[in-house]
Write a protein that binds this ligand. Structure first.
Ligand SMILES: C[S@@+](CC[C@H](N)C(=O)[O-])C[C@H]1O[C@@H](n2cnc3c(N)ncnc32)[C@H](O)[C@@H]1O
Length: 525
């Protein structure tokens, strides 16, 4: 069988099915295309130029798979009536920035509901009204490139990226075993069609991972109605289409769009329908693109299984508190404290005293710190018009290091006879920058290869595709992080240089102003 014809036939069946659903619309200038050649699966392109503000397609809410439409919710209403726990309320689907173990145990009810619904619907796929839709959805582990499905060897190519600790496979297993598998087994008569073999727990667990990953990369949050929800928009008026507190659902056709940091389509949520609209002109042959939010490439890879050069502007590097503490202990002069046995004790004591103060008591050091760029938001046409630049370290990080310098190096300041407030401030700033520089260098050293080596590998990939898709994406993530560290280092060195100049000018000003006598005599000789 011709592989691509099969792919196109499945796409066509899906489109035909979509067009026969009551209330749907699909603009005749659009087509579903095969983008596997560039690792992007199915996507949608414009056949001719499409004007801004054109309705591209409309999906009635009745066509969405959710608790409002699935038979499962009617057959087992008790599963869906459960009140949302206080700690789940408004956690929405926002799983940003959480570590793996918190990640899944806190999974909101809307995710759990949709996992159960999709298990039910996929078991009844043959008779389901969504059958042609299921045919275009990935249903095998091999269809996913999200980090959950990478081998340890593949993950090792991410080197020192914090993404490796954010996959959460163990906690996902636990959550599926505790909150999904027993429900399916206890209601096997409903979940499985008559005369079908039940899955073993091992098979169910694998299926849960597939469905969980499908939801992560395909599902939408269903806002009640855009008109009622104006206040949920961010400053630029962009509501990201995922990860908001609400019901989750699978939205046929909307999820056939790929996405990028620059995009040209937007999904609005009406009372009866969801409508995808062009937010600027889409030229013939151009891909129609949605927006997943300002995600760094590592996060894009974890959730969606791809990386994009346009998302590099949102790249981040995590710095753990342990790393900060190690550098502080290696860089600052820790004074002798008769009540502490070692320098490490003195440092710990100083940190405890500091974090007990009002200014720092709410700071959770164990969360670490995030380096990123000032990247701005896409404009109303979905374009990123400002250059993304590293402009500062996180305020809390700078503040805590400055405080520790002030407390730990007061003896150094005395030794240097720094009595004027401005001299002390300059000293603290300088030492803070020195610590920050050392932190960045240490973090850089954790990656096994340099940017140059990685660039060489990426060049090889570009010329002969030699390194493979997953290694290329891992390279994109780790190179992006290293470039950000490089920018942070350049910025820090430039600031240190500025302070050095200011210090020199400061001492020159002292000489010109009220110079110490001894020095003046010496200079005059
Ligand atoms: C909502 S689906 C989009 C349709 C999908 N391409 C398909 O074939 O079904 C999201 C998935 O599409 C892929 N994708 C989305 N945007 C992409 C892009 N810019 N480049 C490559 N793959 C992309 C990723 O695999 C992602 O998990």
């Amino acid at each position: 069988m011709d592989f691509s014809t099969d792919f196109d036939t499945t796409s066509r069946h899906f489109l035909d099915w979509f067009n026969t659903q009551p209330g749907t619309t699909f603009h005749p200038s659009l087509e579903i295309v095969d983008l596997r050649g560039r690792g992007a699966g199915r996507g949608m392109t414009a056949k001719v130029d499409i004007l801004q503000d054109t309705d591209l397609f409309t999906i009635p809410r009745s066509c969405i798979i959710s608790k409002d439409t699935s038979e499962l919710a009617r057959k087992l209403p008790e599963l869906f009536d459960v009140q949302i726990d206080a700690n789940e309320k408004d956690s929405g689907n926002n799983i940003d920035g959480q570590d793996s173990d918190e990640l899944v145990s806190d999974l909101p009810k809307s995710w759990l509901n949709l996992i159960l619904i999709l298990l039910y619907e996929s078991f009844h796929q043959r008779t389901s009204k969504w059958s042609p839709y299921f045919d275009v959805l990935p249903q095998e582990p091999s269809s996913f490139d999200t980090l959950m499905f990478w081998t340890d060897e593949e993950l090792s190519h991410l080197q020192a990226s914090a993404m490796r600790s954010k996959i959460g496979k163990d906690s996902a297993n636990r959550m599926f075993q505790e909150r999904i598998i027993p429900v399916v087994n206890n209601h096997a008569d409903i979940f499985y069609p008559p005369n079908t073999a039940q899955l073993t727990d091992v098979q169910l667990l694998e299926k849960c991972h597939i469905i969980g990953s499908l939801i992560m990369s395909y599902a939408f949050d269903l806002q009640p109605d855009d008109d009622d929800e104006d206040d949920q928009e961010n400053e630029d008026g962009w509501m990201e289409d995922r990860y908001k507190p609400s019901t989750m659902g699978m939205v046929p056709m909307a999820d056939m769009l790929n996405a990028d940091a620059e995009f040209n389509a937007h999904l609005s949520h009406g009372e009866e329908n969801l409508t995808m609209t062009s937010i600027r002109e889409i030229k013939a042959g151009e891909e129609v693109l949605n927006y997943y939010g300002p995600l760094p490439n590592g996060e894009l890879l974890r959730r969606y299984g791809y990386t994009s050069p346009k998302h590099t502007r949102y790249d981040v590097v995590e710095i753990s508190w342990d790393q900060v503490k190690t550098v502080i202990s290696e860089t600052l002069h820790i004074p002798n404290d008769p009540t502490a046995t070692t320098a490490a004790d003195t440092l710990n004591k100083t940190i405890s005293q500091l974090t007990e103060t009002e200014a720092y008591e709410t700071l959770d050091l164990e969360n670490g710190f995030l380096l990123d760029r000032e990247a701005g938001d896409p404009d109303e046409y979905g374009l990123c018009t400002t250059e993304a630049r590293f402009t500062a370290f996180p305020e809390e990080l700078v503040s805590i290091i400055s405080e520790l310098v002030t407390r730990l190096e007061s003896g150094e300041m005395r030794k240097k006879r720094l009595t004027r407030e401005e001299d002390k401030k300059r000293f603290v700033k300088n030492r803070t920058l020195t610590v920050l520089e050392a932190i960045v260098r240490k973090r850089m050293a954790e990656y096994e290869t340099s940017v140059d080596v990685d660039d060489g590998l990426l060049l090889r990939e570009a010329s002969d595709g030699g390194v493979g898709r997953r290694l290329r994406m891992a390279l994109n993530v780790r190179v992006g992080e290293k470039r950000l560290l490089r920018e942070a280092l350049d910025w820090t060195e430039a600031m240190l240089e500025k302070y050095k100049e200011a210090q020199q000018q400061g001492s020159a000003a002292q000489v010109n102003g009220q110079p110490p006598r001894k020095k003046q005599r010496k200079d005059n000789r």
